[in-house]
Design a binder for this molecule. Structure first.
Ligand code: FAD
Length: 321
């Protein structure tokens, strides 16, 4: 597969993740320009039926009990063995909790370059350029790619989801798992699902988000009242969730949820890169912070330098009065 493009298929309990289709679409776009072959690499256990939904030129299927739930060590070793045989020019991996582990391990094992946190992939002056986020998105790095093989882990949501439709591949090929799967040091024991969310904040049209500026758990009541009056849901920065004031399902950010509401009202949130990562794509951001230098103002459409309690109470009075 000279100059081929390999895509690691991410799936859970028989469902292919959206980011996989985004990467298959990106691979198709590159392949159409370069005349390359798109190979979907499907690793797992009992996943043959998943291959039928992968729009690639070829699916390479490797099944083994150790690959259940795409356990990182087994997945990385199998993917590396597969790439060694296929020798593609580019390996695309979702930059997700699973993919981040796999991409770094595979790049190191094969001695290939790694571009992580990729958010754009364009052709410039006859070369492909991968744009990667550094420092949580504060800095963008353009990485021109040469002819040496490279692993690119791409951010979920960065590439068009509808560039390809789920559908059958050209061919499906089965490969034996590498022998080393019999001697792994780690394995997945079971799948533990997070607590059932009371509210899905990723679908909310309006969010009132509170940060450490709210000071105490008791003060959440005021934010809750404001959220209710606005027809919004209440979310929070990580410290409030870590303190147990709100459930994990309400956390916005890098290690929480990514949200894209029509309105994001941030009260007493400083705007650390890890928080911005989860909300900077909201349609309208209104930030209230008493520190005029708070980084949240760099992404806000409207910024209010004030005490959040004064603003929340005044807003409530207006909305309820
Ligand atoms: C690997 C990693 C992952 C992380 N993931 C996340 C994540 O998913 N989500 C997340 O949020 N964080 C995450 N963090 C933590 C992040 O770095 C910040 O520590 C956190 O976002 C800060 O929360 P905050 O803005 O509420 O608190 P602070 O940074 O303490 O900010 C509080 C703000 O409130 C303002 N303020 C105080 N009192 C008032 C008042 N009365 N009126 C108005 N403003 C007031 C202050 O000026 C300040 O700007 C992560 C960190 C790491 C290392």
């Amino acid at each position: 597969m000279a100059h081929g493009i390999a895509v690691l298929v991410e799936h859970l309990e028989g469902q292919v993740t959206d980011v996989t289709y985004e990467l298959l679409g990106l691979a198709r776009r590159i392949a159409d320009t370069d005349g390359a072959e798109v190979v979907a690499c499907l690793l797992g256990h009992g996943v043959r039926h998943v291959a039928e939904r992968l729009p690639a030129d070829r699916v390479v299927l490797v099944e083994d009990h150790a690959l259940h739930y795409l356990a990182p060590e087994a997945t990385a070793r199998t993917f590396a063995a597969l790439l060694r045989g296929e020798r593609p020019w580019l390996a695309l991996v979702p930059n997700t909790a699973i993919g981040m582990d796999v991409a770094a391990w595979v790049a190191a094992a094969l001695d290939w370059s790694l571009v992580a946190y990729c958010q754009a992939f364009d052709r410039r002056d006859g070369r492909w350029v991968a744009t990667a986020q550094l420092f949580g998105g504060k800095v963008l790095a353009d990485v021109p790619l040469g002819s040496d093989p490279v692993v690119v882990s791409a951010l979920a949501g960065a590439f068009a989801a509808d560039a390809v439709e789920p559908g059958p591949p050209g061919t499906i090929e089965t490969q034996e798992p590498p022998a080393e799967l019999a001697t792994l040091r780690t394995c997945s024991v079971r799948l533990e699902r997070p607590e059932v969310a009371d509210i899905d904040i990723t679908r909310a049209e309006k969010i009132v988000a509170v940060g450490r500026g709210i000071e105490s758990k008791d003060n959440l009541e005021l934010a809750e009242q404001l959220a209710e009056a606005l027809g919004a849901v209440l979310a929070a920065s990580r410290p409030l969730v870590d303190a147990g004031w709100l459930p994990r399902s309400r956390q916005v950010g890098k290690s929480g949820l990514k949200v894209k509401p029509k309105l994001y009202l941030a009260l007493g949130i400083s705007g650390a890169p890890e928080h911005l990562e989860g909300m900077k794509d909201a349609e309208l951001i209104v930030a209230v912070n008493k520190d005029p230098k708070a980084p949240i103002f760099t992404v806000a459409d409207y910024g209010v330098v004030a005490d959040l309690f004064d603003v929340a109470e005044a807003l409530l009075e207006r909305l309820e009065g």
